[in-house]
Design a protein around this ligand. Structure first.
Ligand code: CU
Length: 653
């Protein structure tokens, strides 16, 4: 950042010496034609969808590019009162885990489903770091469709990364820990003996997207940071960056930074698949939740799974190899051809580029270090290395590609993005970021066919970029035009939560596949009211089921009596509309959760336990029509044991 301040100050002096200086770095780098490049006229669509992680908000947000307009916030590992997500009875099971209901997580990485190494616009996969989970979001509905918890894992950071046809979405544990089970109560200082890494291979059904924990690899106890699958000729391989190969368990900032080189772990996942099919895996008893949202009943279910198949990599000599990589590698990125693997050692002063062909030759020739690492062969650095980018910047983190032979790497410490040529490893351009970039992203920049027109930097600090908002300032994304030789900054846009990583795809892949309504005839919800004639109130002991319908502009029924203190009331609200973008909302005074937002043709349930007698208004919360304010009603609550009978009605009926 100090480099930037100097640059910004120098610019400020040279360009505007005769006027007062603007705040440091307030946008001198923006070209005069930037507005024309990012302006999307009212009523026009953006060119790309940008799916941006919300970091510690547990959400995924969707922006239009190049305008930076916020289109949608999707709750994933979070409860969202705007949508009733995690509050309705139907969605609560989505947030279930082996620890119970966990309505928060730390969502870091975004991976689009792929066909032939290119994003296909069907699903987005995201990770939950804290209580290790993977989620699948359906891009027909922009809703979370499935969440699977990961056993034997802690700090699910190296996740989710997919193979070229989304055969597997893979998740590596950041923290190695003792494997789940009876033997996990061990002294922390026995890290070297007892702590293990686990890499989860979650298979994806090609047609439905359904996830299944196919198997895990048990690895030496190190920290896994990031990963990428191979492509083309390296299709069968996966590459993971590892740090803390010192196996320290305390004061990691010192003790995990001692070795000159850590590792990139190369995994032959096709071999792993063969070993599992041949029955060589060990079955381990574990407990993890698998949550799915059923579109027919519009209801989630949570199932506890009890077993996982594990391969201990040290027992299979041709499965896994370590490649030395300087120093505490963070990003591990594979170029569009599948030949070059870039390791970004966050404490290294150079960028090593490894060659897939050389790795294969080194394995064949056994060009290994004399000592294995925890039973795994270590390929000699020079035997795997294609070359090094010299003096690229300070604190390299992540690399993506433009499909024209160039790589772009983010540098956290020197706060810049750097363009370099993959073949000759020469630096071609560098541009400052405002400030301290983490991930960068080129649409499709991790795939076989990058859409190499834009680059977006996701920054950790904004300081003076936006109007201040109290102690916490907005985090930020910055859009660069990379269609020319030099990168050009054209837009800043604030983001929700931490914009950790993101992916983007051309709008055509997604926009015409949108589900506009749920077909009311296909609604198999057990408490659906199929038209106003089926609206009713049913008492079963102290449980009261209200089958309620919404249509512009009334609730049916809108007068309900006979509810008593001590009852649990379930409002099952069916939205009878069959028009695009006509949700109705539902709320009742004193409910200890949130409103519901019910899509056309859908049934959603709000639980309400009245805590006092009286009359309680109910109303539609989503402005739906000119008479939206009239879309309301009343529920009467009487004392326990009252002789007020259950009655319900609308108008005179
Ligand atoms: Cu309404």
């Amino acid at each position: 950042m100090s480099v930037n301040k100097i640059l910004a100050a120098a610019l400020c002096l040279s360009v505007t010496w005769f006027t007062s200086c603007k705040p440091k770095g307030s946008g001198n780098a923006v070209g005069a034609d930037a507005a024309a490049k990012t302006y999307v006229a009212p009523g026009k669509y953006d060119e790309l969808y940008n799916f941006v992680s919300g970091g510690f908000s547990g959400q995924l947000s969707v922006y239009g590019i190049p305008s930076g307009r916020l289109l949608r916030v999707i709750p994933v590992f979070s409860a969202d009162p705007e949508k009733g997500w995690g509050y309705s009875e139907e969605t609560k099971p989505m947030l279930n885990t082996s620890h119970g209901y966990v309505p928060w997580d730390d969502l870091h990485h975004v991976e689009m489903s792929m066909t032939d190494g290119v994003a296909d616009g069907k699903w987005v996969f995201v990770n939950g770091n804290n209580t290790p989970r993977l989620a699948r979001i359906d891009l027909k509905t922009f809703r979370t469709a499935e969440i699977i918890e990961l056993p034997n894992s802690a700090g699910n950071h190296s996740s989710p990364f997919g193979t070229e046809n989304s055969e597997y979405i893979v998740a590596g544990t950041r923290f190695s820990v003792p494997p789940d089970g009876d033997k996990s109560d061990v002294p922390i200082k026995t890290y070297k003996e007892n702590f293990k890494g686990h890499i989860s291979f979650v298979s994806i059904d090609k047609n439905t997207g359904a996830m299944d924990l196919a198997f895990q690899l048990k690895t030496p106890g190190v920290n896994f940071d990031l990963a990428r699958a191979g492509k083309g000729k390296s299709h069968d391989w996966f590459f993971f960056s590892c740090y803390n190969t010192e196996q320290a368990n305390t004061l990691l900032e010192v003790n995990a930074s001692k070795r000159d080189k850590d590792f990139i772990m190369a995994v032959n996942w096709k071999k792993a698949e063969e070993y599992v099919k041949a029955g060589k895996g060990v079955k381990q008893a574990v407990t993890y939740a698998h949550n799915t949202f059923d579109e027919a009943t519009q209801t989630a279910k949570s199932e506890m799974k009890k077993e996982v198949t594990v391969l201990d990599v040290a027992a299979f000599p041709d499965l896994v190899y370590f490649i030395p990589c300087p120093k505490s590698p963070h990003g591990c990125d594979v170029d569009p051809t599948g030949e070059y693997i870039v390791g970004s050692g966050k404490l290294a002063a150079l960028l090593p580029v490894f060659s897939y062909d050389k790795i294969q030759a080194a394995i064949a020739a056994k060009s290994f270090e004399p000592e294995k690492y925890a039973g795994v062969p270590v390929i000699k650095y020079e035997a795997a290395l294609y070359g090094e980018v010299q003096k690229p910047g300070l604190g390299p983190l992540h690399t993506e590609f433009d499909g024209k032979g160039n790589a772009y790497t983010s540098f956290f410490v020197s706060s810049e993005v750097v363009k370099w040529n993959i073949k000759d490893l020469k630096v071609l351009d560098r541009q400052p970021t405002y400030y301290s970039v983490g991930h960068l992203m080129i649409p499709g920049g991790n795939t076989k066919k990058p859409y190499g027109k834009y680059l977006i930097a996701y920054n950790k600090i904004t300081k003076d970029r936006y109007l201040p908002t109290g102690p916490e300032l907005s985090q930020s994304a910055q859009l660069y035009d990379i269609s020319g030789d030099k990168m050009q900054l054209i837009l800043d846009y604030p983001t929700i939560g931490e914009p950790h990583y993101a992916q983007a795809v051309p709008a055509e892949l997604i926009k015409d596949k949108q589900l506009k309504i749920f077909d009311i005839n296909a609604n198999k919800h057990p408490y659906k009211a199929n038209g106003e004639a089926e609206a009713k109130v049913v008492r079963q002991g102290t449980t009261v089921h209200v089958y309620l319908t919404t249509i512009r502009s009334h609730l049916t029924p809108d007068n309900i009596e006979g509810v008593q203190l001590g009852d649990e009331v379930y409002f099952h609200v069916t939205n009878l509309e069959q028009d695009w973008d006509v949700p109705h909302g539902f709320a009742i005074k004193g409910a200890n959760n949130s409103e519901l937002l019910i899509m056309p043709g859908e049934t959603t349930t709000l639980k309400w336990v009245p805590d006092r007698i009286g009359v309680f208004p109910i109303y539609c919360t989503d402005f739906c029509s000119a008479l939206h304010q009239e879309m309301s009603g009343y529920v009467r609550v009487s004392p326990k044991g009252s002789n007020v009978p259950i009655t319900f009605g609308l108008g005179d009926k």
